[in-house]
Design a protein around this ligand. Structure first.
Ligand code: 15L
Length: 265
C-alpha cells in the first residue's frame, strides 16, 4: 500500500485539494499537478503545473511516476469546446504518456454522469450500458473506454471511479443516495491503487447509504468497505422542500446535470 512517486492531477480542484493531503500516506513523493495555481509545495510534494491539453507537457508530467490518480479536467457540465481539450484530449495525452513512460496503474475519476440518464430508483451495476447526461458525462465515458483500450492493448491497469457526490456532507435529497464521504473516497482510491490484478474495473463511488441506485459489487471485490452513510443527515434533508414533480432534476440519476446546456444558439 505504498509507492515511491505518485502523480495526482487536478490537485487544485475540489477533490484534488482534499486528496493532496490524504494521498501522501501512500507515497514517498506526491507530484501534484493542475492548470490552476497550486500554491507552495508542502512536505513530500513536487509541484508540477501542467495544461493537460499540452501533449509534450503531459509527457514530462508523467516521467518517473509509479502510478497516477487522474482527477484533472473540467468537473461539471460545460460547452463541448471546453470539455474537449481538458477531458478528452487531456485523458488521451495522459494514457499515451503512461504507455510511453511505463506507468502500470491509473485511478481515473469518472462520474455518475456517465449513467445520468437512468431514472432515479432504477438499480444498475457497472456493466449497464452508459447513458451520459451531457458532454461532461460523455467525456467520462470516453475515459472509461480509453482506459479499457489501454488495458487490452498495453496492459495498463485502471480502476474507473464513477464518483457520486463527494462533499463534506450530503447537501440535498439526491445526495442521501449519491453521497461519498472523503474518508470513503480515500479508502476507495487506496484499494484502486494497490489491490493487485484489477485489470480494467469500473466501480461506483458511494458511501454505505441506506438506499442505492448502484449495485457496487465490483467495488466490494476490491475490498472496499465504506464506513460512512448519509443516514445521520436524513431527518434534516427530508425536512427541506422536495423538487416539484415536473422538474427533470428529480427524475434522473444525474439530477440537475440533465438541465444544463445547450450553451448558446
Ligand atoms: C460530478 O461529477 C461533479 O463533479 C460534482 O460537482 C457533483 O455535481 C457530482 O457529480 C454529483 O453528481 O453530485
Amino acid at each position: 500500500t505504498h509507492c515511491h512517486r505518485l502523480l495526482l492531477t487536478g490537485a487544485a480542484g475540489k477533490l484534488g485539494n482534499v486528496l493532496r493531503t490524504r494521498l501522501k500516506r501512500y507515497a514517498d513523493i506526491l507530484r501534484v499537478s493542475d492548470i490552476a495555481d497550486l500554491g507552495t509545495a508542502l512536505p513530500q510534494e513536487e509541484l508540477a503545473p501542467c495544461n493537460l491539453a499540452d501533449k509534450e507537457a503531459v509527457h514530462a508530467l508523467v516521467t518517473g511516476v509509479d502510478a497516477i490518480v487522474h482527477m484533472g479536467g473540467v468537473s461539471v457540465e460545460r460547452p463541448f469546446e471546453e470539455i474537449l481539450p481538458a477531458n478528452i484530449q487531456g485523458t488521451y495525452h495522459l494514457y499515451e504518456a503512461a504507455r510511453r513512460h511505463g506507468v502500470r496503474r491509473v485511478v481515473f475519476a469518472s462520474s455518475n454522469h456517465v449513467i445520468g440518464y437512468y431514472r432515479q430508483g432504477d438499480v444498475i451495476d457497472a456493466n449497464a450500458p452508459t447513458k451520459p447526461d451531457g458532454y461532461y458525462g460523455i467525456s467520462k465515458a470516453f475515459g472509461e473506454q480509453l482506459s479499457r483500450f489501454y488495458f487490452d492493448r498495453y496492459g495498463i491497469e485502471t480502476v474507473c471511479l464513477r464518483i457520486g457526490s463527494s462533499y463534506p456532507e450530503p447537501i440535498d435529497r439526491r445526495m442521501l443516495i449519491t453521497w461519498l464521504s472523503y474518508d470513503d473516497l480515500e479508502q476507495l482510491i487506496c484499494r484502486a491503487l494497490f489491490v493487485p490484478g484489477v485489470g480494467h474495473t469500473i466501480v461506483y463511488g458511494m458511501s454505505a447509504n441506506r438506499d442505492a441506485w448502484w449495485d457496487n459489487r465490483q467495488a466490494a471485490a476490491l475490498g472496499y468497505t465504506p464506513a460512512d452513510s448519509s443516514e445521520p443527515f436524513r431527518v434534516h434533508l427530508e425536512s427541506t422542500p422536495p423538487l416539484p414533480a415536473d422538474d427533470p432534476a428529480g427524475w434522473y440519476q444525474g439530477g440537475g446535470f440533465v438541465k444544463v446546456g445547450s450553451f448558446g444558439d
